[in-house]
Design a protein around this ligand. Sequence first.
Ligand code: FE2
Length: 439
Amino acid sequence: MSDEVRYQSGFGNEFATEAVAGALPVGQNAPQKHPLGLYTEQFSGTPFTAPRATNRRTWTYRIRPSVTHRPYEEIAAGLIRSGPFVEVPTTPNQLRWDPLPLPDKVTDFVDGIITLGGNGDPAMQTGIAIHLYAANASMDDRFFYSADGEFLIVPQLGELRFHTELGILEVAPGEICIIPRGLKFRVELLGKQARGYMCENYGLPFRLPELGPIGANGLANSRDFKAPTAAYEDRDGDFHITAKFLGRLWSAAIDHSPLDVVAWHGNYAPCKYDLALFNCINSVSFDHPDPSIYTVLSSPSAVPGTANCDFAIFPPRWMVAEHTFRPPWFHRNLMNEFMGLVFGAYDAKAEGFVPGGASLHNCMAGHGPDAETFERASAAELKPQYLDNTLAFMFETQLVVRPTGFAMNTRILQHEYFECWQGLKKRFAAGPGAASPAE
Ligand code: FE2
């Protein structure tokens, strides 16, 4: 971690931070005259009238207000797509992809975004987009924001330094970060290359899930989320802001860095979280709780218990369930499941699902362990087993994830995915002692 990076703890806490002493007004939000000549600007992530528990806003004290830029003009969006996702028909088939190849020409974080699918519509503030990114260059004179949604970023390869309006976050594989809707940022690569996954959440901001009978602690604890302290750039130059607005990309010239917030206070802020700190809760007797026990963050919909998007992880953990088939069982469901793998192997698949790869099981599509995993897990000795070196995750969403044209036509799509289940043979025998028809 570099010297200038400092964090403050808590998820959505009311933070107060200043990079220069005296920059944060005391006792009020908007003084008539700021003592250091800073402009006051409120940054709201929810309606003013949102309930207190979910209201998100931050007061910023900046060198220039955000309005000081030239007009935006549309630019090519490359392979970025947004809802409504209607490029190609949505197949009911199970889908799986190899990792995105790393770029061979100069590609920054924004240029390196490719959309695999999504649902809903940013114009309706519902749904998500699922992007991959692969980059080999830092953003220096280019800044980015999305008015369409917040970003939940899951690095798989290469550490990233996010320079944001509200401070700096360094995020490595095994960690995640959240960039709130509207927050401007640029991404510096701390290694030669970077790759990962992004959920662009058009809906309500991600929050910690309720814990119900689990109690006051467990799963992702608030104190383990890290927000940046104030850090600003006082930099003039020939810069550009790229805005994502209603699915299109727009670019505006600006003669200074928009990352010029010297002090801020509020609860609408980026944050990062180390997934190794997730407190896993699971069966210590038999059978499986549903995978909702692995929920790190949830973007609720208007329907109770029905997420616009849940972010769940499958981290290293003990497996102790007795007389139980331990890998995830065969399953069909209403919700739609996009999975990625940060490192290691996933316990429901013997091969084919590799770090950087992805799978999609949409509404009512059968899925589950492949034939090889079924055979092995059915015969395994059920002593306590530590599942090591694994970090898979899921974006689980209420609406069908509609793949993009890229997702269906790319050579990284595994057309043979269905084969992994074809070896699941008939095992039924009508009664004790009856010969198995499969034999
Ligand atoms: Fe499932």
